[in-house]
Design a protein around this ligand. Structure first.
Ligand code: NAP
Length: 247
């Protein structure tokens, strides 16, 4: 087991990519604090999947965009486990529309969850990692943060922001043996992409050299590598997992 005795926090772990990562890390021996925003039924399914994989998990409901809730949750995890070795900043939302139709509220909601949330959780957890003098942080960016996408300007801006944040944190935390990397997935089959019209999904799939959307479990394998000892010398990197749609 690659992660025996480690404690991980995965945000947005009730569904999709976050759930796949939580289950994969737990199957390798990590005790996983699985965060969700409000979908308790889905979060309980994640916990059941963790236990079915022979792992251990704890559920933590909090809004990543609220400093008070984030600080209380991180304190709760530390009270329970004494340390946090791995942080996967996965929680994210989309508000897709052409610029002329996007509202100020759309902008605020996306930036609050995708960027401010990542800032707040990283700040609370890295304080502990600095004390421990070790840690692994993985941030979920997106291929659209690298190449842009019509109809996703605000989402793409938040995901590009994550790349700048990741590289800066990698530089700040390297002397404390904390690595910080970003994963930039292409189109992965989850509720987020299920919302796209069938015709759009077909059109996107045709632009992907491997000819299909990815699976959450495939992203989880990359996250597992980045949080494992095998990736000790990898930091400040943005690793694409996109079927070749962006090279
Ligand atoms: P998803 O299926 O829509 O799940 C989103 C998760 O984020 C849920 O667990 C949700 O919790 C949680 N969440 C949302 N707002 C939150 C908040 N304020 N506080 C805490 N948790 C919150 O998304 P996904 O497709 O798995 O995507 C996961 C990550 O990968 C996102 O950052 C996304 O931008 C990124 N990504 C996805 C794709 C893709 O094709 N799917 C591609 C590139 C990047 P509840 O269930 O409680 O609402």
């Amino acid at each position: 087991m690659l992660l025996s005795g480690k404690t991980a926090l995965v945000t947005g772990a009730s569904r999709g990519i976050g759930r796949a990562i939580a289950v994969r890390l737990a199957a390798e021996g990590a005790c996983v604090a699985a965060n969700y925003a409000g979908n308790e039924a889905a979060a309980k399914e994640t916990l059941a999947a963790i236990e079915a994989a022979g792992g251990r998990g704890l559920l933590f409901r909090f809004d990543v965009g609220s400093a008070t809730e984030v600080d209380a949750a991180v304190k709760g995890i530390l009270a329970e486990r004494g340390r946090i070795d791995i942080l996967v900043n996965n929680a994210g939302i989309t508000r897709d529309n052409l610029l002329m139709r996007l509202t100020e509220e759309d902008f605020d909601e996306v930036v609050r969850t995708n960027l401010k949330g990542l800032f707040l959780v990283t700040k609370a957890v890295s304080r502990q990692m600095i004390r421990q003098r070790c840690g692994r942080i993985v941030n979920l960016s997106s291929v659209v943060g690298e190449m842009g996408n019509a109809g996703q300007s605000v989402y793409a801006a938040s995901k590009a922001g994550i790349i700048g944040f990741t590289k800066s944190m990698a530089r700040e935390l390297a002397s404390r043996e904390v690595t910080v990397n970003a994963i930039a997935p292409g189109f992965i089959t989850t509720e987020m992409t299920d919302r796209l019209p069938e015709a759009t999904r077909k059109e996107f799939a045709e632009r992907i050299p491997l000819g299909r959307f990815g699976a959450p479990a495939e992203v989880a394998e990359l996250a597992l590598f980045l949080v494992s000892d095998a990736a000790a010398y990898v930091t400040g990197q943005v690793i694409g997992i996109n079927g070749g749609m962006y090279m």
